[in-house]
Ligand binder design. Structure first.
Ligand code: TYM
Length: 332
């Protein structure tokens, strides 16, 4: 079976609606057809300032949320990145085939350092995309389901895989980004020209999956909408309404046209109230499932240990092939 791999950073107390729509729904859908590897990238999380105790707790909460979202540990390997040392080992090797200029062109690094300046950024933040390439390549993944904001990182991964293969012999599968056009970018509710994001959105601009349902509905109802009154899908002229229509259509499994037809002749307020109810139900179910899963830490540990063992079955032989191709003298 072809392989799929993806991860979502444990850098907040909760994942948000953008993660769910842009990524997790695809992860869940792909589990049937693919051999799936999903993980919590804790190594990536230390590239910005953080608190160790908080990271440990957030790692558990993240894993519970991925299960609540529908990742099935029977079908998919669910694990914590640091439990599989081959990620970091491969990242070092890939660093040798990554150009400094190439790494400097990563827009996420530029965005993340735009405010504080590069002098206060860690080297880890700079080399972050190389570790992400290792995450993907160590499983020989065919597809990587992500939101639009990760496309450039997957492109870098493809380039590194091709370069390594060219220099040292066929070693890696060259992965493809799996990005669903309609849902690849969920926008901030208060500023629908920028993506919904844990780090840059205002508290009311982002719906957290662990938000209280009433609060989540309220955030939707107070979303910034556009001038005019007609409910039409027009991302250029009406980014606010269009964002709400996208969210509505994805969460109710209907086409945007269908949703628009339903609201014909109605006002923005009707759409917001209806979507508020849909989102409240989503986070209500999601929150209770997550809390339930967090009550049994031993069971979570067992799931993550099993996931890491399955992950290593693939990662260990890949790293061995990479070391061999790289010319490292094997210990005898
Ligand atoms: P992260 O943790 O920022 O986000 C997790 C996933 O959610 C998607 N996403 C969005 N999709 C649509 N609209 C949004 N507003 C939105 N915000 C976030 C992201 O595109 C992502 O798919 N570098 C990765 C984590 C990572 C990874 C990997 C992913 C580490 N190693 C290997 C894939 C493969 C990141 O920071 O995603």
């Amino acid at each position: 079976r072809p392989r799929v791999l993806s991860g979502a950073q444990p850098t907040a107390d909760s994942y948000h609606l953008g993660n769910y729509i842009g990524a997790f729904r695809q992860w869940v859908a792909l589990q049937d057809e693919f051999e799936a590897f999903y993980f919590v990238p804790d190594l990536h999380a230390i590239t910005v300032e953080y608190d160790p105790a908080q990271l440990r707790e957030r790692t558990y909460v993240a894993a519970a949320q991925l299960l609540a979202a529908g990742v099935d540990p029977e079908r998919s390997a669910l694990f914590v990145q640091s439990h599989v040392p081959e990620h970091a080992q491969l990242a070092w090797v890939l660093g040798g085939v990554t150009g400094f200029g190439e790494a400097s062109r990563m827009t996420q690094f530029k965005d993340k350092t735009a405010k504080g300046g590069q002098d206060s950024a860690s080297v880890g933040l700079f080399t972050y995309p190389i570790l992400m390439a290792a995450d993907i390549l160590v499983y020989q993944a065919d597809q990587v389901p992500v939101g639009e904001d990760q496309r450039q990182h997957v492109e870098l991964t493809r380039n590194l895989a091709q370069r390594f293969n060219h220099r040292f012999g066929e070693t890696f599968t060259v992965p493809k980004p799996y990005i669903v056009k309609e849902s690849a970018k969920v926008y901030d509710l208060q500023d629908p020209t920028v993506k919904m994001s844990k780090s840059t959105s205002s508290p009311n601009g982002v719906v957290n999956l662990l938000d209280d349902p009433k609060k989540a509905a309220k955030k939707i109802r107070s979303a910034v909408t556009d001038s005019g009154t007609e409910i039409v899908f027009d991302p250029q002229e009406k980014p606010g309404v269009s964002n709400l229509l996208t969210i509505f259509s994805v969460l109710t499994d209907r086409t945007v046209d269908d949703v628009v037809a339903d609201f014909e002749g109605k006002q923005y307020g009707h759409l917001k109230v209806a979507l508020g109810d849909v989102v409240a139900e989503l986070v209500s179910d999601f929150g209770s499932r997550t809390r339930e899963l967090l009550e049994d830490r031993a069971e979570l540990d067992r799931i993550l240990a099993d996931g890491a063992a399955r992950a290593r079955e693939v990662a260990v032989p890949t790293l061995a092939a990479v070391y061999e191709a790289s010319g490292f003298a094997a210990p005898r």
